[in-house]
Design a protein around this ligand. Structure first.
Ligand code: 13P
Ligand code: SF4
Length: 345
């Protein structure tokens, strides 16, 4: 164990059971070793919602995850983010002004009249978008429950506006039997979002993506399938549909971690997700040949490091650390959208 990790353990001891450190699967190894719970976005949001006896939650992940914990935690709890600048480029692709504009354009179209649109936002979005979603009768989803949430949304309306990740939306729609011609991409920069007609349309996909998962290509999958006959390919659903279609397994980070464990000894499996997780899957499964489909690092996840975690704990002890701000006017509606998701779990 590194010296700084021992120092962090000492600070953890001082804070005792009042402290809960949550860490996403994409965090650096040193952080993962010290976190009280590691998980996917859904598992960590649930852990924050269920954290009894805890006063301080330190979230090692990106901002939307820390914000979600701040929405879900009790009023007497505080959430801290060791690096408040660690955002998510995908979440940035759906700014509130553009979302409000899209909603207003769509709902005032003549061909919208007899329709009812329900917003569904991926967890990977800013808190105000979760608030907007809650206010308009929609729900949050994560990569582990997108189908459940979209199935539910179709009991509430007949058209879903899904943001910000068009790939998770499209991959989920395929599982639900929604056809390509029943989907349209909403391009915020085009007049009318680039949508000519809503007739027969069930799903509107916001034009957003994850740069980390866009690095995995059909060529990568074809290459490994050709050169390593019998190998398996496991991917995250933020990958483009053409890549997901060729994969042997698809799912959230926790799903991928669990799925790989039971594979027969010596199976060669190529994983298409963030490199820190793939490295850990390699270490944790010495009975397998786990490989990266391609090396792809999430730079914002990487911004959280042991020094920042240590400083955050010291400041919590000194009572000088700033908690993740969550204004009441956002929290109320965002909580509705998150609770709708949790109720479906
Ligand atoms: P998971 O919910 O699968 O952990 O995904 C979060 C994420 O940011 C993937 O890019
Ligand atoms: Fe955002 Fe992609 Fe990083 Fe996940 S991997 S936090 S979606 S940029």
């Amino acid at each position: 164990m590194e010296k700084i990790q021992e120092e962090i353990l000492e600070l953890k001891k001082q804070l005792g059971s009042e402290l809960l450190i949550l860490g996403h699967h994409y965090q650096r190894h040193g952080i993962v070793e010290l976190a009280d719970k590691i998980g996917d976005s859904f598992g960590l949001a649930k852990a924050a919602a269920e954290a009894t006896g805890v006063k301080s939650i330190v979230f090692c992940g990106v901002r939307f995850m820390a914000e979600s914990a701040a929405i879900l935690c009790r009023d007497d709890q505080k959430v801290y983010h060791p690096e408040p600048e660690a955002g998510c480029p995908m979440a940035d692709m759906a700014p509130m002004e553009a979302v409000e504009e899209a909603w207003s354009i769509l709902t005032s179209r003549p061909d919208y009249k007899a329709r009812k649109m329900i917003p569904v936002t991926y967890m990977n979005s800013h808190a105000p978008l979760k608030g907007f979603t809650g206010k308009h009768g929609g729900a949050v989803c994560t990569s582990s429950n997108a189908k459940k949430v979209m199935d539910w949304a179709f009991t509430q309306g007949d058209l879903i506006l899904f943001f910000p990740d068009q790939h998770l939306g499209r991959n989920t729609a395929k599982l639900m039997g929604i056809k390509e011609e029943e989907m349209r991409v909403w391009y915020p920069s085009k007049p009318d979002g680039g949508i000519d007609s809503l007739e027969g349309v069930k799903l509107l996909l916001w034009n957003g993506h994850c740069p980390v998962h866009m690095k995995f290509t059909v060529r990568d999958v074809e290459f490994v399938k050709k050169n390593f006959p019998g190998c398996l390919v496991a991917v995250h659903p933020e990958c483009p549909k053409e890549v997901v279609d060729l994969a042997d397994a698809v799912g959230s980070t926790t799903h991928l971690v669990d799925w790989i464990k039971d594979l027969p000894h010596k199976t060669r499996v190529f994983v298409a997700t963030e490199v820190n997780l793939v490295r850990r899957m390699q270490q944790d499964n010495p009975h397998l040949r786990v490989e990266m489909l391609s090396r792809s690092l999430c730079p914002t996840m990487y911004m959280v490091d042991l020094f920042k975690l240590k400083r955050s704990l010291e400041k919590i002890i000194d009572k000088t650390e700033e908690a993740v701000p969550m204004p009441d006017e956002i929290k109320g509606d965002a909580l509705k959208a998150l609770e709708r998701m949790l109720a479906l779990a």
